[in-house]
Write a protein that binds this ligand. Structure first.
Ligand SMILES: [Zn+2]
Length: 174
């Protein structure tokens, strides 16, 4: 397997306090998904990080960017968006669980950091637009059929929004 662009050797870095190494890469990281959004298939994650030697290990800072696709929580349309995450992590020999990362002897692998940064930034409840009103009235009319009896029952389970009530009233007059 070819070396991952996210793996960097540590020996040189650890020799001098303050030594830095830039990691700039576009990487395919399959499987980056939550229940509500996922990194777009085939779109690389853009990594722009600096590893710096610090007394207790190394710090990793910079940005991670990715394009995601999800489903609008109101109208269920596909939504595309970008995450642009600031990363600031510490790798050390004696890591604090949940706060810092374990530092290996010879090399550092940034992939877990990049994956976590993207996953935490994916939206939990995507919206196509702040003002999304739900199913677009012109595409999903409130009264689809001329079968009057079905209207109330069929929609009873949907949350009633005052704006829908206004639409209902409009539909009554003809
Ligand atoms: Zn929407």
């Amino acid at each position: 397997m070819p070396a991952s662009p996210l793996v960097a050797p540590l020996t040189e870095l650890r020799r001098h306090l303050g030594a830095r190494r830039e990691v700039e890469a576009s990487v395919d990281l399959p499987g980056l998904a939550t229940s509500t959004a996922a990194v777009v298939d085939g779109e690389p994650v853009e990594v722009d990080l600096v590893i710096e030697s610090i007394p207790q290990g190394v710090s990793v800072s910079g940005t991670v960017r990715a394009r995601w696709v999800g489903q609008c929580r109101r109208c269920l349309d596909d939504v595309l968006g970008d995450v642009d995450v600031d990363v600031k992590e510490i790798f050390e020999r004696m890591p604090t669980e949940g706060e810092t990362w374990p530092l290996g002897a010879d090399e550092i692998d940034l992939e877990p950091v990049v994956r976590e940064a993207v996953l935490l930034a994916l939206p939990l409840a995507p919206l196509c637009d702040e003002g999304c009103l739900g199913p677009a009235p012109d595409r999903f009319p409130a009264t689809v059929e001329d079968d009057d009896d079905r209207d109330d029952e069929g929609e009873a389970e949907l949350p009633r929004d005052p704006r829908w009530a206004a639409l209902d009233q409009l539909d009554l007059g003809d």
